[in-house]
Design a protein around this ligand. Structure first.
Ligand SMILES: [Cu+2]
Length: 151
């Protein structure tokens, strides 16, 4: 019986050591649900009160893995677009919302009517540098352009 107890103790020790060794080689845990982080708010104005055709700011930088709340406002008296095909392909959209509704799923482009505000919630996924422009009338040709960098 004493011998049996000895064997069981050593078996437990060996199993315990094996378990510790297995835990030591586990990869680092994934970051979890990236869509449920606290968002970083970034505000961009499309057009200006005095109707200049510009994004303010027109240089935007995001980091992969972070959740952003991109707040787009249009204080001008004409409609504007937030258009960037490369950017749209490099993010995962959680939702686009204004005061009355939310849209979920992939978003390619957002149009803002005069006086409106829209929030675009997304996680930046791929790095790159992308052209931003207002895809309406000749706004881009008249200078309503910008640059988005995802690092
Ligand atoms: Cu525009």
């Amino acid at each position: 019986m004493a011998l049996g107890g000895f064997t069981i103790r050593w078996t437990q020790r060996i199993l315990g050591a094996a378990l510790l060794a297995a835990m030591a080689v586990q990869p680092a845990a994934a970051a979890g649900d990236l869509s449920r982080q606290n968002p970083t708010t970034v505000k961009v104005q499309l057009g200006t009160k005095d109707n200049r055709l510009a994004f303010q700011p027109n240089l935007l930088t995001f980091e992969t893995g972070k959740l952003y709340k991109l707040v787009l406002t249009n204080p001008s008296s004409s409609k504007h677009y937030f258009t960037s095909e490369g950017f749209a392909a490099a993010i995962w959209t959680r939702k686009v919302q204004d005061g009355s509704m939310e849209v979920k799923g992939a978003i390619r482009e957002v149009e803002l009517l005069p006086g409106s505000t829209v929030e675009w919630w997304f996680v930046a996924v791929k790095t790159g540098t992308f052209r931003l422009y207002s895809h309406v009338d000749k706004h881009a040709q008249l200078g309503m352009v910008g640059k988005i960098t995802i690092m």
